[in-house]
Design a protein around this ligand. Structure first.
Ligand SMILES: [Zn+2]
Length: 241
């Protein structure tokens, strides 16, 4: 099975136009990559900014990723996936739960995507450190599609050969392939397809930087359910040690 890992460079906070100008020579510089982890969303309409189902405050961006036929199939060119969670009082709202409403993952049609960084809501959701995606590296985990399908429930994982279970799996951020579970695989929503996972740190070329609050060394998982019409539904949840 193929999977894709992001090539990242640190992002600059949108609130520092002076710094942006100094680094990139003002607004005439190269366009910022739209795909990102942390920071602020790009081109999201302000009315689409999600709010926490528990505390009611605005959520913080975890990831913004573009449709790609192999890497992130969302059913249509230009569709954009957004994932957010509540950062206001870490550990209070149940951001790890796929049904709590304290996180949000959703797909937006290209017609609804604007340009420029989206201004943050008035309650100023704390941003995670930003990493911009400058490219993707394709890798092969060596699993057949049938073997990969077994990694979505504890029962079928247990039935796999020891060599397949024990082999070191990619625990970092990736799209496609299989999830690297920290706790039970049975948390995967039944019948939904795995899109990818997000590690709690940005792996830059030179250093690893803590990025998202997924508990202790946690990993967030994204699953999609295709719809008869319109964008796929997406769920996010995370597990930690
Ligand atoms: Zn909240």
């Amino acid at each position: 099975m193929l999977f894709y890992t992001p090539v990242l460079r640190p992002g600059v906070r949108a609130s520092s136009p002076e710094l942006l100008a100094r680094l990139f020579g003002g607004t005439t510089g190269e366009a910022e990559p739209v795909e990102r982890f942390g920071g602020v969303p790009h081109g999201l309409a302000t009315q689409h900014w999600p709010y926490c189902g528990e505390c009611g405050r605005s959520l913080s961006l975890i990831a913004q990723l573009t449709h790609h036929a192999d890497r992130l199939p969302l059913g249509r060119e230009g569709r954009m996936l957004f994932a957010f969670q509540c950062n206001h009082e870490p550990g209070t709202c149940e951001t790890w739960d796929q049904d709590s409403g304290a996180n949000a993952a959703f797909v937006v049609e290209p017609e609804a995507i604007g340009s420029g960084d989206t201004p943050a809501p008035a309650d100023a959701p704390p941003s995670d450190p930003a990493a911009l995606v400058t490219g993707w590296t394709r890798e092969d985990d060596g699993l057949t599609a049938e073997q990969a399908a077994a990694f979505f429930s504890d029962e079928t994982i247990a039935a796999l050969g020891e060599d397949l279970i024990d082999e070191e799996r990619h625990g970092g951020t990736h799209l496609g392939g299989i999830p690297c579970w920290i706790q039970s695989a049975d948390e995967a929503p039944r019948g939904w397809r795995f899109l990818g996972q997000i590690a709690d740190a940005h792996e830059f070329e030179e250093e690893v930087v803590p990025a998202h609050n997924f508990g202790d060394m946690g990993i967030a998982y994204l699953f999609a359910q295709d719809q008869e019409a319109g964008v796929p539904k997406v769920k996010m949840f995370w597990q930690c040690g």
